[in-house]
Design a protein around this ligand. Structure first.
Ligand code: FDA
Length: 311
């Protein structure tokens, strides 16, 4: 119930306007979001790189209101690619198509992505299309396969979500096409008509997708903090003679930092997804929904602050 409530709140802009300048909320967000500016995000990437962890930078901002906003988001991504190149950091970027104008006009969204991918190609780097709620799944894949992947094969990849019933067949399509996939469990509130309601089924689907990607995929990103999924990935790779350089684990900024460092120590590749920007609220609420214990963490800090003020 708490998960559903948090996911509902994640889509309420009025709540965001309320918490946007709240010191406690911002303090908590800083655990999962690398600041509000590109400079703070690049600093976070430098710290990760120093620990032999690569990164994928995400400029937070899901709904754009008009063409100008969408073009501005694309320009910011191009600037991110330039700054990453100039700083010599080991990072790529992750983009949401809604931030490029998918809800306004598919042509505008595609043109924005083409501009970003032209620059990614120039810098020989990579752009990942994040996957959003199920209303966007087919549209995202259509733009990817019909408009972007044929021209920018080595520079663009997609995300698939194991909670979707269609996940394995989408993985097989990507493997056949030669497309790079990040597999995750999925973070949105979905109806039982399109996604497994039970975690057990989501996890089983994740293992099926992971195996298909390791066997027939193209440098897959295994994105999870679930130790059982990670252990199974390592075991499957070992048993099938798949080298640790043929895939990478991926985790979110601020989540299971202990596990992140352990994987690196063991010699696995790890990329951390580093979100930043002023529009941190929906992202933060999805992270809370994944682990409602984080709500207790916030509440605990509020109480500590109240006690501190009295003392
Ligand atoms: P699960 O939710 O079962 O969690 C396993 C364990 O991980 C928990 O028991 C806890 O210990 C830890 N954990 C998980 N989330 C935590 C949190 N927020 N705080 C603290 N601990 C936590 N989703 C999507 O729909 N589209 C996308 O494009 C992406 N992109 C993406 C990129 C990367 C790099 C990652 C790692 C994840 C995504 N996701 C995503 C999010 C993903 O779908 C999923 O919601 C989260 O990764 C949580 O699922 P886990 O696989 O970690 O398992």
């Amino acid at each position: 119930m708490l998960r559903n409530a948090l996911l509902y709140l994640s889509s309420q802009p009025k709540v965001f306007s309320f918490v946007r300048h709240n010191r406690m909320a911002k303090g908590f967000a800083s655990r999962f979001v690398a600041g509000e500016t590109l400079d703070t995000a690049l600093e976070a990437v430098a710290q990760l790189n120093a620990k032999k962890i690569t990164a994928s930078l995400d400029l937070l901002g899901e709904g754009v209101r008009n063409e100008k906003d969408a073009r501005d988001s694309a320009r910011q991504y191009i600037n991110m690619l330039d700054r990453i190149k100039k700083s010599g950091l080991d990072a790529n970027v992750s983009v949401k198509l809604t931030a490029m104008g998918l809800d306004l006009d598919e042509e505008l969204c595609t043109a924005n992505m083409q501009d970003i991918l032209d620059r990614a190609r120039e810098h020989e780097t990579f752009v990942r299309l994040d996957m959003e709620g199920s209303d966007y799944t087919q549209r995202t894949l259509d733009i990817f396969y019909n408009r972007l992947f044929p021209c920018y094969r080595g520079n663009v990849g997609i995300v698939l979500q194991s909670y979707m019933y269609r996940a394995l067949s989408d993985v097989e399509q990507a493997n056949d096409a030669g497309a790079r996939v990040r597999i995750c469990k999925g973070a949105y509130k979905e109806p039982a008509s399109v996604a497994y309601p039970d975690k057990k089924d989501v996890d089983e689907s994740y293992v099926r997708c992971m195996r298909a990607l390791l066997m027939n995929g193209h440098y897959p990103g295994i994105a999870t903090h679930d130790e059982r999924m990670i252990t199974e990935t390592k075991r499957f790779a070992r048993e099938n003679g798949i080298e640790s350089t043929q895939f990478e684990f991926q985790m979110l900024y601020g989540v299971r930092r202990d596990l992140q460092e352990k994987l690196v120590r063991e010699g696995y590749r790890l990329r951390v997804y580093v979100p930043f920007g002023t529009q941190w609220y929906p992202y933060l609420m999805r992270r809370l929904a994944e682990r409602p214990a984080n709500v207790a963490f916030i509440t605990g800090n509020v109480l500590k602050e109240m006690v501190g003020r009295r003392g």
